[in-house]
Write a protein that binds this ligand. Structure first.
Ligand SMILES: Nc1ncnc2c1ncn2[C@@H]1O[C@H](COP(=O)(O)OP(=O)(O)O)[C@@H](O)[C@H]1O
Ligand SMILES: [Mg+2]
Length: 156
């Protein structure tokens, strides 16, 4: 993350929501839309909103398919709007955790055995946001924080 983004992300909290939802695939679209709907109050452009949806979708899918695997549990999402048009999205599960976060973040790294996953989820999150932080502990769970800075809108 650039120093500039860091400064902005430290800004004052303007608004915040928390969502808690079962980690089942039918809720992935719900999570993505709910986050986008909340962020809409900052009047992002279509591209910025699409980026956010895409990154959230990857993180939430990871909670469902990796975090809880065959088990079930809850996904906790906190969206914070900060001064300076900055958005912080925290996506947390209490699933299996990641033994080696650095390795997991490498492009094409996947533990998926049936060949359905590309191993590009973290790379997608990184390319569509201004910063990704991952905290994880085996047996405890994983928290992914996505940071997105929205461009200043020209007055109409
Ligand atoms: N929430 C999570 N809980 C446990 N493991 C995870 C989680 N998110 C990611 N991982 C691990 O990181 C790897 C890489 O994730 P990702 O880049 O999204 O690729 P993919 O989902 O295609 O495997 C996953 O294969 C998995 O091993
Ligand atoms: Mg993934």
């Amino acid at each position: 993350m650039s120093p500039r983004a860091k400064g902005i992300f430290g800004g004052e909290v303007l608004n915040r929501i928390q969502i808690k939802l079962p980690a089942i695939s039918v809720n992935e679209g719900m999570a993505r839309s709910a986050v986008a709907s909340f962020v809409s109050q900052l009047d992002p452009d279509v591209g910025e909103l699409a980026d956010i949806k895409c990154a959230v979708s990857e993180a939430v899918t990871n909670c469902i398919v990796h975090g809880y695997r065959a088990s079930t549990g809850l996904i906790y999402i906190t969206v914070t709007l900060l001064e300076g048009r900055a958005v912080k999205i925290e996506i947390r599960d209490r699933g299996c955790g990641i033994p080696d976060v650095r390795a997991a973040r490498q492009p094409l790294f996947t533990t998926d055995a049936d060949g359905e996953r590309s191993g590009m989820g973290f790379t997608v999150m990184e390319s569509f946001t201004d910063g990704v932080r991952v905290r994880s502990k085996v047996g405890v769970g994983t928290t992914v924080v996505l940071l997105k800075r929205l461009a200043t809108r020209a007055p109409l």
